[in-house]
Design a protein around this ligand. Structure first.
Ligand SMILES: Nc1ncnc2c1ncn2[C@@H]1O[C@H](COP(=O)(O)OP(=O)(O)OP(=O)(O)O)[C@@H](O)[C@H]1O
Length: 257
């Protein structure tokens, strides 16, 4: 499913926190959003999910305006995992993932074998099968994060929006998650702080001060000049001798005075 933002803007407390963001994300592409703290990445993800009624501009899913779709239809197409995703303490891990099936249920279509199968599959996909009976309140930060991603996957969305999906995960689970996401046949937009992880996306967008200031393939976007300007760092590009993949290293400009 193709995702398009047309001139998205949002003002909060008299300040433009998102300012005229337009982008086009082709079907099946992984799109990384990078930018300093407070640059508007989470806000943009929320607007793309249709969660901000005060926003100006439009989000288009293929040829349909998000605003014209009922909430339930949006939830069948788009899943969002926010940074501080929380849920009721009383739920088990499995029940959290079951919530992902809600948009697909109806009075005449209660939770059935297909839903159980999808929940089993997504729990396994994030390595949480063993912990399925555990209560949410007893889970670690990384386990909760993997569960929220499983909930989103159980929604079977066509667009997956992830806000810093790797931030609580150990390195094994970071790599496993990025591998899982890269293999999904869905359009993915994810905010990332790790610029080496961002290099693996098909396309990148750079946010700064609420605006999208650059967009394109990682190699054209992550230039040393732009990284210096946006993050106030010096970067060097290296090659991994095992597969010639690009790796970035960073140096604080303050250390070089
Ligand atoms: N409801 C609000 N009222 C006022 N300001 C807000 C509100 N929501 C967000 N902001 C501000 O808007 C800016 C963008 O916030 P946002 O969370 O989108 O940034 P971000 O790029 O995701 O940051 P981070 O990398 O720190 O997660 C920040 O300065 C934030 O303080």
């Amino acid at each position: 499913m193709k995702l398009r933002a047309e001139n998205l803007s949002l003002t909060a407390q008299g300040r433009a926190i998102l300012d005229g963001v337009s982008l086009d994300i082709p079907t099946g592409v992984s799109f990384g959003l990078i930018g300093p703290n407070g640059s508007g990445k989470s806000t943009l993800l929320r607007l793309l999910a249709g969660l901000e009624p005060r926003a100006q501009g439009h989000v288009m899913l293929d040829d349909t305006r998000l605003r014209d779709l009922p909430r339930r239809e949006i939830a069948r197409r788009i899943a969002l995992v926010e940074q501080q995703a929380d849920t009721g303490d009383a739920l088990s891990a499995r029940e959290v993932v079951e919530l992902g099936r809600t948009p697909w249920l109806a009075a005449l279509q209660p939770f059935g074998p297909e839903d159980h199968h999808i929940v089993d599959q997504t729990l396994a996909a994030v390595g949480m099968t063993e912990l399925a009976a555990r209560h949410w309140s007893t889970l670690s930060g990384g386990e909760r994060q993997r569960l929220q991603i499983a909930r989103a996957l159980a929604q079977r969305p066509q667009v997956l929006l992830l806000d810093e999906p790797t931030n609580h995960l150990d390195i094994h689970h970071q790599l496993a998650l990025l591998r899982l996401v890269s293999r999904l046949q869905v359009t993915v937009v994810m905010a990332l702080h790790d610029l080496n992880q961002a290099l693996e996306c098909d396309l990148l967008g750079v946010m700064s001060g609420g605006r999208l200031i650059a967009c394109g393939p990682p190699a054209t976007v992550l230039t040393p000049e732009r990284l210096r300007q946006i993050f106030r760092i010096r970067s060097t590009s290296l090659r991994d001798p095992s597969d010639d993949a690009q790796i970035l290293r960073f140096h604080c400009l303050e250390d070089e005075r």
